[in-house]
Design a protein around this ligand. Structure first.
Ligand SMILES: Cc1ncc(COP(=O)(O)O)c(C=O)c1O
Length: 449
């Protein structure tokens, strides 16, 4: 193989690796193993025979440095609702790069433009602060809530993910669950004092929430919730109940819209489910693939971060070198301009509907014992006979089988994060879906064999 695109060898058009590996990619794996813990960039590693080094992406596809092609349903962990290398984002970033990439967290024109653009779409946004990731957004929202309420405990839901910091890393995916509301730390290195400040409730269970909040309201700063928790849709009325219970007990509600924000419509989950939290957190789609996040919400809570109050005990420190970064804000503005095009969300939702329908047909034909589900532009399937309502339903499904099937999918050129939720982008076409169904068909055959 001799043709190269930015270091990648261009080879067969058939999806997936199928044993093809270039010298370039083999050397990249060797160096990655030597230089990175576990040979990877973060918390996810793939089995050796399906791992890849990405060379480049375009629309719904990417290529590894051996030239193998994949259809992408991970999409930068859900950030790339417009697919890879969208022309409008390329142009906006290139134009901004020519005018300066970074001015620290002082006012710059693109950041003001972005705040003007997004706040009318976010119901709770009397004020907004940009951050550079979803984790920073939830971290600062929790700090703001603790300062505002004068209380220290935080309630989260079992199975929810709110980022990589100590406040958030409890009971996200415990293999052995604890009795509610006892938290299970997700990582070594969290001080037990922080764990003690966390309470855990089951998702979709109003009575359990009412009980825990009523008992702990005097020490509970906030409830933080993913409106669609990973792959779990809220039962009808559940989110309104959460809002009502928190308000009645004087507990702040943080809606973590890092995934749902700008995915379920320009108004995100707040409009989709008709609720108004005290604070909401953003990341992913907002930055269009560049590092932009945000905390939005009530003015009286966010104004604690007014530097004019420095030196006073009520002042909340909220800062970051790259926040409000103009390159990220330019990408965000370009993304939102596309999302605002008439019919954008109808098309996005229709792609996911078609995908779910086609996958159900393939799985049923192969009698795989799989349930396909998902709300709007997120989709999933489990080896289970019903749609899960909470984390323990997911645990009760055959997760080992799911991981093995997902690895087979990657082998067939369909990139999913094993056992994790998956997305669609606006660039997935009917042809991409047809190729996806063919790959699922091959995966079912291989799996049964
Ligand atoms: C709901 C939710 N909140 C917060 C985060 C953390 O965002 P980031 O990875 O940008 O720090 C994530 C990341 O997947 C998320 O899904």
């Amino acid at each position: 193989m001799t043709n190269t695109i930015s270091g990648a060898v261009v080879g067969s058009r058939s999806l997936g690796r199928h044993g093809r590996m270039s010298e370039i990619e083999a050397a990249q794996f060797r160096d990655a193993e030597r230089l990175f813990p576990g040979g990877v960039l973060g918390g996810n590693a793939l089995p050796n025979d399906v791992r890849f080094v990405v060379s480049h992406g375009r629309g719904p596809r990417f290529w590894d440095t051996s030239g193998n092609e994949y259809i992408d349903y991970v999409l930068g962990s859900g950030a790339l609702v417009l697919g890879h290398a969208h022309p409008a984002i390329q142009q906006a970033v290139a134009e901004q790069a020519g005018q300066g990439t970074h001015f620290f967290a002082y006012l710059n024109a693109r950041a003001v433009d972005l705040a003007r653009k997004v706040t009318p779409y976010i119901r709770c946004a009397e004020r907004i602060r940009f951050t550079t990731s979803g984790s920073e957004s939830t971290f600062h929202a929790i700090r703001l809530a603790r300062a505002f309420s004068g209380k220290t405990r935080l309630l989260k839901f079992e199975g929810a993910y709110h980022g990589n910091h100590d406040y958030a890393q409890h009971s996200t995916s415990p293999k052995v669950v604890a009795e509610f509301p006892i938290p299970v730390p997700d990582t070594a290195g969290i001080p037990p004092l922080v764990t003690d400040l966390t309470l855990v409730a089951p998702f979709n269970d109003v009575d359990a929430l009412e009980r825990i909040v009523a008992e702990h309201a005097h020490e509970l700063a906030a409830v933080i919730i993913e409106p669609i928790q990973r792959i779990l849709s809220p039962k009808p009325g559940f989110l309104k109940n959460v809002r009502e219970i928190t308000a009645r007990h004087g507990v702040l509600l943080i809606l973590d819209e890092v995934v749902t924000g700008f995915r379920y419509g320009l108004g995100g989950a707040q409009a989709y489910f008709d609720i108004k939290p005290d604070l909401a957190t953003y990341g992913k789609i907002l930055g269009g693939g560049l590092p932009v996040g945000a905390v939005a919400g009530r003015a009286d809570i966010l104004d604690q971060a007014d530097p004019g109050q420095k030196g006073q005990s009520a002042y909340v420190y909220q800062n970051g070198t790259l926040q409000g970064n103009p390159l990220g804000c330019a990408a965000a503005l370009a993304t939102i301009a596309v999302l605002e095009e008439p019919g954008f969300y109808d098309r996005l939702f229709a792609i996911a509907d078609d995908l779910r329908a086609g996958l159900k047909e393939v799985f049923d034909r192969h009698k795989m014992g799989v349930t396909v589900f998902g709300d709007g532009p997120m989709w999933h399937f489990l080896f289970a006979n019903r749609v899960p309502e909470n984390y323990r339903d997911i645990l009760a499904s055959d997760m080992k089988k799911l991981v093995r099937f997902d690895v087979e999918l990657i082998r067939q050129g369909i990139f999913v994060l094993p056992a994790n939720r998956r997305f669609v982008s606006s660039t997935h076409t009917k042809d991409d879906l047809s190729e996806t169904f063919e790959a699922f068909d091959r995966a079912c055959l291989a799996f049964k064999a």
